[in-house]
Write a protein that binds this ligand. Structure first.
Ligand code: AMP
Ligand code: MG
Length: 348
């Protein structure tokens, strides 16, 4: 009798275990979670698909963005960047690994572009104040004076100490052309770590796609019409499963005076807004930090030289939109684009 009871008890235990295990392995249905915040001077939108931990994952992503902003903002007084700038010509400054990595990458792109991309552009950025309340066209003399401090070769990195030193007092760096890319990559890394397999991150034109849409189709990233106020108006669409699509242009931040447009991307060789014949550029790359640095670089270098540079880089593609509404593409994008606005014309 006792043996029989033991048998039933054992059977019940096995049954309960099965039910519990089944409960554990049940596939959770994925829901869409979204978050919009203003950070790194732009609107950030994260859309991800997850189980009920979606909100917690979004919080982690937001925290990481804020962390990066607090280290790399040029306007936050105790950020790494502000400390580097206020110690220019005085002493090296120890920075967080994040900041060090971004500055190192920025200097690589400065070399690669022969100084077209140059984070020491800050004195010029400040002088024009394009993104400030009072932008203005400075005098030639003022520009000449500030250009003395623009040279990426005067940035000294110490890999062991993780210090950054600007050699001349008056110098300053600005990571506005590359930090968003780094932040977008970091958000993607966190999402993957948390098991997210489908997501789209947009940081003011810095887009990172993760794993395509939940239905298996690629994400569709519209390339904005640089002369339309409507942010939804696009000139072509780039389909992407995993990777980054980043755009730069004269339409993002600018002011007009005397019928002329003065925008926020400067040519370090002149101290004036870059005038290479382009309204916009878009770069597609596996990592957003590269796409970000390169979209700014191609914009400054112009269609011919910029796309030549991109063609030399493995796995990176770009397009450049000229003032006369012609779209030039890098080798790997040729024949793959469809123009969605009849005013624009794709070049063979
Ligand atoms: P993006 O929107 O990524 O093209 O970056 C534009 C921002 O980069 C500007 O608002 C400036 O803060 C900064 N910037 C402007 N000119 C340059 C340049 N020649 N090299 C690096 N950064 C620049
Ligand atoms: Mg950029």
């Amino acid at each position: 009798m006792a043996g029989c009871q033991r048998f039933y008890r054992a059977m019940l235990a096995i049954l309960l275990l099965c039910v519990t295990l089944q409960g554990c392995t049940k596939v959770e249905t994925l829901k869409e979670y979204r978050k919009d915040i203003f950070a790194l001077n732009t609107w950030v939108n994260i859309r991800l698909y997850a189980g009920k931990d979606g909100p917690t994952i979004l919080d982690k992503a937001v925290k990481r963005i804020e962390e990066i902003e607090n280290r790399m903002s040029v306007t936050i007084p105790d950020s790494d960047v502000s400390r580097i700038n206020s110690n220019a010509g005085k002493q090296p400054v120890k920075v967080h690994d994040d900041t060090f990595e971004v500055i190192k990458k920025a200097l690589e792109y400065a070399e690669l572009s022969n100084g077209a991309f140059d984070i020491t552009i800050y004195p010029i950025v400040k002088l024009w104040g394009i993104t400030s309340e009072h932008p203005r066209v400075p005098t030639e003399a003022e520009i000449k004076d500030k250009l003395k401090f623009v040279n990426y070769k005067d940035v000294v990195l110490n890999e062991d100490q993780k210090t950054v030193y600007l050699e001349k007092e008056g110098m300053g760096i600005d990571l506005g052309a590359i930090a968003k890319g780094y932040a977008a990559d970091e958000v993607a890394r966190i999402l993957r770590e948390q098991g997210v397999t489908h997501a789209l991150i947009n940081m003011g034109g810095n887009v990172v796609a993760l794993g395509g849409k939940p239905d298996g189709r690629p994400w569709r990233v519209g390339v904005r019409n640089p002369r339309s106020e409507n942010m939804q108006s696009h000139i072509t669409i780039i389909e992407i499963m995993d990777g980054s699509v980043v755009s730069s242009g004269d339409y993002e931040r600018y002011f007009e005076q005397g019928g002329k447009r003065y925008h926020h991307i400067f040519d370090p060789s002149t101290g004036y807004p870059a005038n290479s014949g382009l309204m916009a550029t878009t770069v597609v790359a596996p990592k957003s930090i590269d796409a970000d640095a390169l979209s700014t670089t191609v914009f400054i270098m112009g269609a011919e030289k910029g796309l030549q540079l991109v063609d030399k880089l493995e796995g990176i593609e770009a397009l450049a939109v000229t003032f006369d509404k012609k779209i030039y593409a890098s080798e790997g994008l040729k024949g793959k684009l469809t123009v969605t606005d009849k005013e624009y014309e794709l070049q063979p």
